[in-house]
Design a protein around this ligand. Sequence first.
Ligand code: ADP
Length: 631
Amino acid sequence: MTTETFNFQAEVQQVLKLVIHSLYSNKDIFLRELVSNASDACDKLRFEALQDASLYGDEPGLKIELVADKAARTLSIHDSGIGMSRHELIENLGTVARSGTRKFLDAMAEDKRGDAQLIGQFGVGFYSAFIVADKVSVTSRRAGSDEAWSWHCTGGGNEFTVESAPEATPRGTTVTLHLREDESEYLEDWRLRELVHRYSEHIDFPIRMHAAASDEDKGKDEAPTFETINQASALWTRSRSEITDADYQTFYQHVSHDFGEALSWTHNRVEGNQNFVSLLYVPAKPPFDMLQGGREDRHGLKLYIKRVFIMDAAEQMLPNYLRFVRGVVDSDDLPLNVSRELLQSSRQVERIRGALTKRVLDLLERIASEDNEKYGIFWQAFGNVLKEGVVEDHSNRERILKLLRFPSTLSKTADERVSLDAYIARMKPEQKAIYYITADGWNAARHSPQIEALNKRGIEVLLMHERVDEWMAGYLHEYDGKPLRNAAKGDLGEDLADASDSESNQHRDAEAAPLIERLKALYGDKVKDVKSSRRLVDSPACLVAGEHDMAPHMQRLLAAAGHAMPQSAPSLEINPEHPLLKRFAAESDATAADDLGWLLLEQAQLTSGAALDDAAGFVARVNRLLAIPEA
Ligand code: ADP
């Protein structure tokens, strides 16, 4: 018999090291991961056998068996699932890192704490075996094949070996863990049962262990009998009244590979034109790639058809802005031989997708109305993802708008948020619009000079300080009959033009006219216009973008990301009452006047989150002005 040796791919080696070192405090999860792989393998066989029943051979049963051998210090996890060919053993267990691996390693590198939560959500899979074992063997026979193969690896090494296995090897896969010295607890019957109940209770296949031997049988040499130790039925097919919260949480951990608990869930059976059951969870924490717009194919929404697992199909079954949802959908009507392509174009799937979207929105509305604190947790984790729905989903736009939360100028912290409804409820009686400001960060937003006059009048302003906000806000025009107005764009109009002071304003504008002309001449085409402001109270000047222009901080971010941006010059609004403008008007020294003039614009650029063209020039100007001796 020849034994071949292979090297683990470098990325796989890195994952192995990470898993062993960062998961030690969560080592129990190795069993969940291996049982989960075994269950996936049974799912795959059941699926392939739809086309070719002969794959079952003479063993139709699908099962998972745990056997602990105290003398040999081994724990084996056997499944009668699809199995792996020689080629698959080599590819799947060592040489080809799967697509998300690089992203995962990058995310882990960013997260210096080695956060076990991150790893858990990635799904550590097979390699978690090495948390508790120093040597792992896998013997497998693929369904329908005569050949069986063994794979061996000692945890420390960077290599593994593959050789052929005895012909009598049963269909499926047996993973044998040679437990480390101090891991004897995983040889204990009660401990294994406890873990199966905790993590794998609702797997759709029987998990079996040796039945406890009765006193009579003890000492006899008979082969022990197996008993099923989990419920082994698809949880979602049972009625809600039979399922406890703890059951739902156990199942959540199984579908999501999350260590933590789900925040909430919705379990529904739809009967009529379409018959399907859905069990959808909202997690409490985001997985590592959520906000990068990434979307792991796996661990999202599992599509079953008539109880048979078909594929992970989150992308087809849920809109992108609900990509945080985990769970299962089980349809009675879709054809079992459905392909990914077919799912994409199926009217039936479109209807299910619409129904699932409504379910999730119902659930979020329910949380929001019943439990503010819980909704806060949701919002913290996924609010920025949900905001994409404002742009993406026209048909549910009103409902999504209702779910939005933002801190406002009345909030004490960035986490104290208000809904649009609550904002409207406390609007000033004469106030016409809902005001917001976008900025790169909470402090930048709440200190924006553009909102000074609104603040002074006690008009609340929503502080949209997340990156997605500027983009989303471009699609926010109206809510509940009230226009939404960006306080840093265009003319603030109605709410600041007070009839009683319009005369004094006109007078002020007339006085400021020569000042404005001088500034315009100084700036040239750097600004679109210079105006006397209605917005400012304490600050000397601020930038105001055109109604349809992008905010300066976004222009900067996009330019930094390499997007060629059409540069739309903003207008500068000045506060002629401010001492700085008075000083500019009175300054007789030409250099000092120019310095002051440029500083005015540069300050306004800085507070808007724009970058300065000439930071060194700015510093030189500040220094010249600071060094002017007191008159
Ligand atoms: P994941 O399960 O997240 O894909 P793993 O590291 O757990 O990652 O497993 C890698 C691959 O090895 C699986 O995708 C699967 O193809 C294969 N595999 C693992 N365990 C089994 C098993 N018990 N039976 C069949 N194939 C398996």
